[in-house]
Design a protein around this ligand. Structure first.
Ligand SMILES: Cc1ncc(COP(=O)(O)O)c(C=O)c1O
Length: 359
């Protein structure tokens, strides 16, 4: 007997990032931050009293939400805290999209979106990005014509790192008949001042996703948040969120991390400098990268090299360096490389030189 729903039986599920099989591996495959979290995080953990676990945690993470609201110049009622950005994606779908209604996205995009759509039994509408990875001019019209209920956009885009101008996002939110979920998982690494949060005051169909996984070096914590008009936040906060979705330890750590802006901003700057240096050095090896405003580079492996991206991924892995290879249309000649520390990037570059010289 198989008790799975028909749509669940049909689907494959999300493939989580590859984990290294030894301590020495340089892990540049899942866009984690190469620097440690704020020292305030260690402070909170070392002071933590297990006795406080006897009680349930604050149900809506009000203290964290207040800090996030202040950071973004919004009100408490504009913020929801979630178990990673991923929980917000799931909440937006289960709160606003009926099974059978359509969910729109670009191709390529974050590979979890189609999986979450399949779980809700929602057809997917995909619009291919242009050759330079920008959005086609008719994107909003295509979504409206297809009667899409929810549109996902990653900004900066994954896996390319391309950034949308703020006025383009505002225009899209105005044009779209759907909710627009703007996924800003990587926005902390944009190399100039860039803040979209005020757009939620103008567009009551816009949800902005943020995460502490990347910019705050806390992927292992599982903490993210959403910014939106109160009318979108309220049903998720009071009806569809799991009761006590965030444990006490996570809340205390997240509060300490988001309060220490000076520390994280220093890390973001280091990542940006390394991203730009790595891109220039890869260019010298004949490996061109798309313009990225994220903490990763999408590198095209040129035909002049005797083997393709899949082989290069394998050769790097044999030398204990993990990068991401996508076996997908338009991406199968590319590798996505997360920006590491200076030492890790240098190790990657010298290993690449050695491999290329042998080819
Ligand atoms: C584009 C994008 N959105 C959202 C997330 C979710 O991150 P998390 O659930 O760790 O907050 C990720 C994680 O890799 C991502 O790449």
């Amino acid at each position: 007997m198989n008790f799975e729903r028909e749509n669940i039986r049909r689907m494959a599920g999300y493939a989580s990032g590859e984990q290294p099989d030894n301590e020495l591996t340089i892990k540049l495959n899942t866009n984690e931050n190469p620097y440690p979290p704020s020292p305030q995080v260690s402070e909170v953990l070392s002071q933590f009293n297990p006795e406080s676990l006897r009680r349930y945690p604050p149900a809506t993470a009000q203290k964290f939400r207040q800090l996030a609201a202040e950071l973004h110049g919004l009100d408490l009622k504009n913020v929801i805290a979630t178990r990673g950005g991923d929980e917000l994606l799931r909440l937006v779908i289960t709160t606003f999209v009926d099974p059978g209604e359509k969910i729109g996205m670009t191709d390529p995009t974050y590979s979890l979106y189609p999986v979450l759509a399949q779980i809700q039994d929602c057809p997917i509408v995909e619009v291919p990005l242009l050759d330079d990875w920008t959005l086609p001019g008719e994107f909003a019209r295509s979504m409206n014509d297809a009667k899409v209920k929810l549109t996902f956009l990653v900004n900066p885009h994954a896996p390319t790192g391309a950034l949308l101008p703020i006025d383009q996002i505002s225009n899209l939110a105005s044009e779209l008949n759907s909710i627009l979920l703007l996924d800003e998982a990587y926005v902390d690494f944009v190399d100039h001042s860039y803040q979209t949060s005020q757009l939620v005051k103008q567009h009551n169909n816009l949800v902005i996703l943020r995460t502490l996984s990347k910019g705050y070096s806390l992927a292992g914590l599982r903490f993210g948040y959403g910014l939106a008009d109160h009318s979108l936040i309220e049903p998720m906060l009071t009806k569809t969120r799991d009761s006590y979705n965030l444990d006490l330890i996570s809340q205390l750590v997240a509060e300490a991390a988001i309060a220490d802006q000076d520390y994280v901003r220093g890390n973001w700057q280091k990542v940006i400098i390394e991203r730009n240096r790595l891109k220039a050095q890869l260019h010298e090896l004949g490996i061109l990268c798309a313009d990225s405003q994220a903490n990763f580079l999408l590198a095209t492996i040129p035909e002049s090299i005797n083997f393709g991206a899949a082989d290069l991924y394998q050769k790097l892995k044999e030398r204990h360096i993990l990068v991401r290879y996508f076996n997908a249309d338009r991406l199968d000649d590319k590798l996505r490389i997360s920006v590491g520390t200076k030492e890790e990037n240098n190790q990657l570059l010298s290993t690449l030189r050695e491999i290329l010289n042998q080819s």
